[in-house]
Design a protein around this ligand. Structure first.
Ligand SMILES: Nc1nc2c(ncn2[C@@H]2O[C@H](COP(=O)(O)OP(=O)(O)OP(=O)(O)O)[C@@H](O)[C@H]2O)c(=O)[nH]1
Ligand SMILES: [Mg+2]
Length: 379
């Protein structure tokens, strides 16, 4: 699939480092990364000027805090850029809006491919927007990082939501390693909060590590399940069920309803066995049909119960504080690893040391000592 074209406001410098492309095809008046009709009348010249202007950190900060979605989208693009220069500007912007973050309900939505995540978000998100909430939808999708493939799919599946003036949809950032994608998504979430979005939905595929990463950045982790997917599959998903604060059996419609109810009862038992009880909260299993719009209000009511319990018993605040610290630790680990691997002294001796270890001529601990000596010596 084609990568699409560059947005017209990508700066002349550091073109290659910009991760964002505009994909062709779906008209979307609100969101970044899609063809946009020219702004009407008197706003058109202003929009064009904005597109050309080199913005300062303060421009971004003011724009985001004022809820300007164009500037929000551009700031997210800075966050997603892999260039050093953009990284610095992005961090200034982030620091400038940090005090206005944290005022949202952060929800992770996960489940195996095809379980109905995007369709659920379309229905759930539209309901929330109609209730006057402001909803940002982000995705952490390791599979789409190269092809950008799921972006178009999700946009078509979230057609109503993407047109709603209270919504903001941002596809998965590209940019290689899952760790990088997670950082970008986390920082994007903060920018969206600063711009006034009070519900953040983060969709991720329930395979691999992405759901653990998303779990570490949300308040409430919602796992979507299919009825009758078989014991085998449910077994594989045990790890995910343990992380769930809320489980929703999807596609509970037409001739699937009876099966969904049976699955609900079975799963409720499994959840009681597996999940550690949290004070004031026992994970629930709910039914939903996104196509028939059933069960959507129940999900929202349960999320509210969960958030209330968390506030009342003080674990929600603690959870976020712990997530903040865990995130710092993860960044430190990542930075140290990079610094070690890129160190010239280490790079120079690593091939020979690896060969000796491979052939069993050098014990690993001794090899480590030599590498650390090279690393420290060159500081
Ligand atoms: N009957 C019925 N079908 C549904 C429902 N929700 C989703 N589907 C169908 O299930 C298929 C997959 O839905 P998606 O929303 O794309 O699933 P997803 O989990 O986002 O899939 P990936 O993004 O590929 O991981 C689509 O064909 C939907 O039309 C539902 O509530 N009822
Ligand atoms: Mg999807």
């Amino acid at each position: 699939m084609s990568r699409g074209t560059r947005p017209d406001w990508v700066p002349d410098t550091d073109q290659a480092a910009f991760a964002t492309y505009v994909l062709p095809g779906i008209p979307d008046p609100h969101h970044d990364g899609q063809p946009r009709p020219p702004a009407a009348g008197v706003f058109a010249p202003a929009a064009a000027a904005l597109a050309r202007k080199q913005l300062t950190a303060q421009d971004y900060i003011d724009g985001i805090l004022a809820g300007n979605r164009t500037l929000l989208a551009r700031a997210i693009t800075l966050i997603e850029s892999n260039s050093e220069q953009h990284l610095e500007l992005a961090q200034q912007v982030l620091a400038g809006v940090l005090r206005r973050t944290g005022n949202s309900v952060r929800l992770g939505i996960t489940g195996v491919p095809g379980v109905g995540k995007s369709t659920f978000i379309e229905s759930f998100g539209t309901y929330l927007c109609d209730e006057n909430h402001r909803v940002a939808v982000l995705a952490v999708d390791p599979t789409s990082s190269l092809s950008g493939g799921s972006i178009l799919g999700d946009k078509t599946r979230m057609e109503n939501l993407s047109r709603h003036p209270n919504s903001f949809i941002r596809p998965s950032p590209s940019g290689g390693a899952l760790g990088g994608v997670a950082r970008k998504s986390r920082e994007t979430m903060l920018l969206c909060e600063a711009a006034g979005y009070n519900i953040i939905l983060i969709e991720t595929v329930g395979v691999g590590q992405s759901e653990t990463l998303v779990h570490s950045m949300v308040d409430c982790f919602v796992v979507l399940m299919l009825a009758g997917a078989g014991d085998e599959l449910q077994g594989i998903k045990k790890g995910i069920i343990e992380l769930a604060d809320l489980l929703v059996i999807t596609k509970a419609d037409s001739d699937n309803v009876a099966r969904a109810r049976r699955a609900q009862a079975e799963l409720a038992q499994v959840v009681r066995m597996l999940n550690c009880p949290t004070e004031g909260w026992q994970p629930k299993v709910l039914l939903s049909s996104a196509v028939e719009n059933q069960g959507i209000t129940d999900v929202w009511a349960s999320i509210n119960d969960y958030m209330r319990a968390g506030a009342q018993h003080h674990w929600l605040k603690e959870k976020r504080q712990q997530q903040n610290v865990d995130w710092l630790k993860a960044l430190v680990d990542e930075a140290l690893k990079q610094s070690f691997r890129q160190h010239p002294g280490v790079k120079q001796i690593l091939p020979e040391i690896s060969r000796q270890v491979k052939e069993g001529r050098l014990p690993q601990m001794l090899a480590l000592k030599q590498l650390l000596t090279a690393y420290r010596g060159g500081e």
